[in-house]
Design a protein around this ligand. Structure first.
Ligand code: MN
Length: 128
């Protein structure tokens, strides 16, 4: 996905610094323009001010307001309602993926994040 990803804006929301670094290290070869947020409030703010991003990777377990609430707020604002959002969560309960998709999340990535899965899922949104 090298050429297509060059300089494209992606927003990564993750409160755990180790996970944040890990995801960014995985994405390093693709030269995205990465915007990072470490809690729910920062996420809403950053997504609002970077609404030209092609994708949001949204951790669900966050301090402040959680990922579900962040998602709801994004959907309520015309400016951000159409930005694709991939939920990133360790809660791999049966039916959880279906639940997230039914709420309007575009996709779902299970933690711990697998490099190959991450690339595949992101790539789907680069083609749009
Ligand atoms: Mn978290």
């Amino acid at each position: 996905m090298n050429q297509m990803s060059d300089n494209k804006k992606i927003i990564i929301v993750e409160d755990n610094e180790i996970n944040m670094d890990l995801i960014q290290a995985m994405l390093e070869p693709f030269h995205f323009n990465i915007i990072e947020a470490y809690d729910g409030f920062e996420a809403v703010e950053k997504i609002n001010s970077n609404s030209d991003a092609f994708l949001v990777l949204l951790d669900i377990g966050l301090p402040g307001i959680d990922g579900m609430e962040v998602f709801e707020r994004l959907k309520q604002s015309e400016k951000t309602a159409n930005i694709p959002v991939i939920a990133v969560t360790a809660h791999a309960m049966k039916g959880n993926k279906e639940h997230l998709l039914s709420l309007g999340f575009n996709d779902f990535i299970e933690k711990p994040v697998d490099r190959k899965v991450l690339f595949e899922k992101i790539e789907n949104f680069l083609h749009i």
